[in-house]
Design a protein around this ligand. Sequence first.
Ligand code: IVH
Length: 676
Amino acid sequence: MTTLRWNRILRLAATTGFVSMGALPAVHTLAAPAKAEAAAADGRQVIAELRREIARHDALYFRQSSPEISDTDYDDLKRQLADYEARFPEASRAVAPLPALGDDRTGLFQTHRHRDPMMSLEKAYSEKDLHTFHTRLMKQLHDDNLVYVVEPKFDGLAVSLTYENGRLVRAVTRGNGIEGEDITANALQIQNLPRSLTCDAGDGGEVHPVPQLVELRGEIYVPLAEFRRVNAEREAAGERLFANPRNLAAGTIRQVGSREVSRRGLQVVFFGLGACEPAAALPATQRAFYRRLTAWGVPGVPQLWLACGQNELIAAIDAVARARPGFEFPIDGAVAKLDSLSRQREMGAGESAPRWAVAYKFAPERAETRLRAITLQVGRTGVLTPVAELDPVQLGGTTVSRATLHNADEIARKDLRVGDFVQVERAGDVIPAVVGVNLQRRTPDVQPFIFPTRCPECDQPVAHNRGEAALRCANPGCSAQLRRRIEHFASKACVDIKGLGPAMIDALVAGGRIKELPDLYRLRGDDVAAALGRTGGKSVDRLLAAIEASKRAELWRVIYGLGIPQVGASGARELARRFGSLESLAAGTENAAGFSPGRIESETGTHAAGETARPGSTSTSAILAAARYFADPKHRALAADLIAAGLQPLMSVAEGAKAALAGKTVVLTGTLPTLT
Ligand code: IVH
C-alpha cells in the first residue's frame, strides 16, 4: 500500500520535473502547452497524495501516539508539500486542505472548547529560516534591536489548565486548537501540577494577585530517567517499547482510568497564556510572566536565554542545544519569543501560529554504518517485523547495533540493501531509526532485499492482508507466535506471572510442554523442573504458585492478555465492563445491548452494539474487534479451554462499580470544583 503510494508520488514528482529521480522512467512526452497543463494536473495529484499521506501520519502521531516514520521523514514530507504548494498555487487551492493543526482528539474523553484558541508554533530548521522570522518582525515593528527570550522546546503533550479564582477547574488537551479533550482526572495524578494558585510576593516584593480566570498553557512530559525506567521494565516483561518520551507521555495521559498515570512520573511545565480575566492582570514581558508563575507556585521553564537582534538569537539557540545533554527533560528544539507582550499583541497571529514566536527544531544526531543483515521478528499475531542488524556505531552517547525497519514497504521505499551504508538517526531519547542510504558507497554486488515468502521460525508461507502494511506468518501453530502470545499473556500488564520470562517460555514450548495457552494451567512440577534443568526446589514452587495466582487475575487483564487484534488495555477494560465474564464475551451475550458476534460479522456496516457506543469510540472498535475474534470457533474454544483449565478472572472493584452504575443517572448535590 505505502509503496504504491510512495512510488506514485515519486513518479509524479519526476514527471513535473520538480525532483530529479534518475532511476524512474519518464511517464509523459508532451508538447509545451499540453505539458504545462499536464504538469498542473499532476501537481494537483501530488499535492493531494502528499496531504493524504501527511494526514495519515498526523493521525498516527497525534491520536495514536505511535508514529510510523521519523520526525525527519515527516518534516521532509511537509517540506515537499510546501514546495509543491508554492509551485502550483492554483492546484493547491483546488485540493482539500490539511487541517491547520494536528488534531489530537481521541474520542476517549469529553470535549471542551478553549476560551482562547490553542495555537501551534511556526518551525525553523536553519539560520535562513531564523533570518526570515527576524526580518519580518523587524519590518513590522520598525525596530532593529528586538529582544527575545529563548527557551527549551519541551517534547510532550500540549495542555491548557484553567484556574478560576485560583482553583484548578479543568485540564484540556489541545485537540484541534479550538476544542480539546478534558483530561482533568488524569492530570490530577501529575505530582507537580498545581491544584491552586498561591499569591506570594515575587522577587523584589511585587504582589501578583491571582486573576479571576486564567488559562495557563504548558506541556505534559516524561522526565528522561522515568522514560528509561518504564522502557527497561517493559523490556523485561517482553512488552513493546515506547519509541520516545513524547509517545509515553501522550499514551499515558490518554489512558482511561487514571491509576496508570500515577504510576508513571509525568511532569508539567508552563510557558504560555490563553484567556486572562481581567486583562489588566497581564504582565508586560515574557520574563515577568515567568516571575509571576513562580509567585503563583506554578512550574515555568527552568532556564531561559535573552537575545537582542539576530546574531544573539542564533547564539542563544545554540546555547540551548549545548545545554541539552544536561537537561533531565526531553526537548526537540528551542523556542524564541518576543519578550514584550505588547509587541506580541502587535504582531498577532496567523491561522494556526502566532507571528511573534518560532520553534527551532534541532537536527537529530546521525551516524553512518553498514547494514549487516535484515532479520525478521515474529510477533504474537504473526506480524513479521524486519530488524536492521548494524555494525555497532556510537550515537547520542550509546552504541547502536539494531534498529527497527517497521515493515517491507519501508525497506522498499528507502531501497535498503544488505551491505549498504545507511544513516542511523536518533532524535533525543528516541529508539534509533534507519533514515536513508548512502548511494555513493553502494557496491555493485548488493541486491534489493526480497522479503522472505516463508516464516523464518516455522517455514510456513507468509500472507499479506489487504490494506495492511505488515506481512504475517499465517500459521496459527507457529511456535514463535505461541511464545510471544504467552509472553504477552504472562506480562505485568496482563495476568502478571512472575518468573515466567522469555527464556522459561522458550524452554517450555521447545520441550513440548505448552502447545497452547491453556496448557500453562496444566503444568506440573516436573514440567517446570525439566524446563529449568533441575529436579525441583523453590523456584519451581514459586513459578507454580504465580501461575496459580494468575487464575484470579482481573478480567480486563485476561482479555487484554488474549491479544485480540485491535484491543489494547482500554478496549479490554471496556469489554470487561460490558460483558462481565469471559464466557459472556466469547459467546457475545452482553448484559445490556444484546450484542452478537454473528450479526456484526454478517451485516456489513451495521452492528448491534452501536446503541450506546459512539462511532469510532473505543467501545465500538473494541466490540467489533472482539466480534471478529470470537466469530472464529477456535477462539471460542480457547476461551472455554482456559476456563476449563481453571482460569476464573475477577471483575476489579473499579470495573465492577462502573458496571453497576452503567445506564443509571446519578444526581449529586454540592460541588466538585476540580471536575466537569
Ligand atoms: S510557546 C502560542 N514555549 O510546542 C504557542 N511552546 O510546536 C505557545 N512547546 O504548542 C507555545 N515547549 O505545546 C512554547 N517553551 C515552549 C514550548 C512550547 C514546548 C510546545 C507547545 C506548542 C508546541 C508547538
